[in-house]
Design a protein around this ligand. Structure first.
Ligand code: ADP
Length: 394
């Protein structure tokens, strides 16, 4: 069967879509509606040749953005070739360990996970319900960020709190970015010709959100995000790991409410909070290169936390065959990769400055041949993975 798969990622204030030609395994048309609900709302369509068509649409919401996407797909005569729709869903709790054909029961379970992802899951449901209404004849598949991590053993997913909190309320570590970790670790196994049944890979997905994952034989063994995406690495605006005692301290000494504290930890911390200037690694690298002390410190805290996690995750694996960088920062920020490699010298890691500058050899390798563990850069392909998973589920 050939045809097109529509991939939808209906986020909290954005709607991303991609039309993937299944037989060619590539996107033929894509777009992004941003700042939905605000005066600056706009949609940008992008063709396979990279041509962009931005359109401002002040005040449009998710429903109107979805309608505009379907109109555009009809206008470009793509609609008639779409055979299925794949939806990115952030939280599937313990309900889902693989991509799943959407039924009423699946919708109810995604809704049941709303308390775990209050910004994301309701927005995904708008996309799912809107697409069902517009295309009732098409099969739809949910692809969960959490599903890949359902193989984590209890020693990795349990918090050391009263066990009843897990048993009665599902308080545990779930992990996110599963689609990216699965794709990048799978590519690593292929590119380095590793034994799929006896391999260990650590993937660092470094975008605005960031997480590390230890993958043994293609299965997630541990990952740095937890019940929510707040845990783990330093991110664009999220703090990552923090002593829970800080919450009480801030409440008692500064009179901050729980809501204020959570807002601060999610939206005003991380690279933005430390640098007091930007959440954007590219800008911070530029500032650091001109001697800006705050930007330099923000990058150093980011790299140190990341290197610490990578070293720690060697414990989760029987063997360690590769460390791989992906996501906007992982794929582009050469100084970050260089600093992390330097911090990992005790693991026998040796970066090739030349390959690092070139973003890797044809396999993506950026380490020297004598490096005890190869380092790689592999661009993530979340949309393509969602399309592949959708096709296999229909
Ligand atoms: P998202 O998680 O929103 O998908 P991306 O994966 O696109 O984010 O990553 C965004 C991050 O990648 C930003 O911090 C951005 O500055 C960083 N980035 C992109 N290009 C570069 C570059 N050339 N150098 C350094 N950082 C970069």
């Amino acid at each position: 069967m050939s045809g097109l798969i529509l991939v939808l990622n209906s986020g909290s204030s954005s709607l991303k879509f991609s039309v993937v030609d299944h037989s060619a395994d590539r996107a033929v048309f894509e777009g992004l509606a941003e700042q939905l609900g605000g005066e600056a709302a706009k949609i940008t369509f992008k063709t396979a040749t990279g041509q962009r068509e931005p359109q401002t649409m002040p005040g449009i919401d998710h429903h109107q953005a979805l309608a505009a996407v379907f109109d555009k797909l009809s206008e470009r005569k793509l609609m008639q070739d779409i055979i299925a729709i794949g939806h990115r869903v952030v939280h599937g709790g313990e309900f889902f360990n693989q991509p799943t054909l959407i039924t009423e029961e699946v919708i109810a379970k995604i809704r049941a996970c709303e308390p775990l992802a209050p910004l994301h899951n309701p927005a995904h449901l708008i996309g799912i319900l809107g697409a069902r209404e517009a295309c009732p004849h098409l099969p739809q598949v949910a692809v969960f960020d959490t599903a890949f991590h359902q193989t984590m053993p209890p020693k990795a997913f349990l918090y050391a709190v009263p066990i009843a909190l897990y048993e009665q309320h599902g308080v545990r570590r779930y992990g996110f970015h599963g689609t990216s970790h699965e794709y990048v670790s799978g590519e690593t196994i292929k590119r380095l010709q590793l034994d799929p049944e006896d391999s260990g890979v650590i993937v660092a997905h470094l975008g605005n959100g960031a997480s590390v994952c230890a993958v043994a034989n293609g299965k997630s063994m541990d990952t740095s995000m937890g019940l929510t995406p707040l845990e783990g690495l330093v991110m664009g605006t999220r703090s990552g790991d923090i002593d829970a005692g800080v919450l009480q301290y801030l409440h008692n000494t500064c009179g901050m409410s729980l809501e204020d504290i959570m807002d601060m930890l999610n939206k005003r911390s991380g690279l933005l909070g430390l640098s007091n200037q930007s959440n954007d690694m590219r800008s911070l690298c530029e500032l650091a290169s001109t001697g800006d002390a705050a930007a330099t410190t923000a990058i150093e805290v980011f790299c140190y936390r990341l290197a610490k996690y990578i070293a720690a995750y060697s414990v989760a694996l029987e063997r360690l065959d590769a460390i791989v960088f992906t996501g906007g920062i992982g794929e582009n920020a050469r100084p970050v990769r260089a600093r992390v490699a330097a911090l990992l010298k005790n693991l026998g890691v040796s970066l090739s400055d030349e390959l690092n500058q070139e973003n890797g050899d044809p396999r993506g390798v950026i380490s020297n041949p004598q490096s005890r563990i190869p380092l790689l850069v592999i661009p993530t392909q979340e949309e393509l993975m969602i399309a592949r998973a959708t096709f296999s589920s229909i």
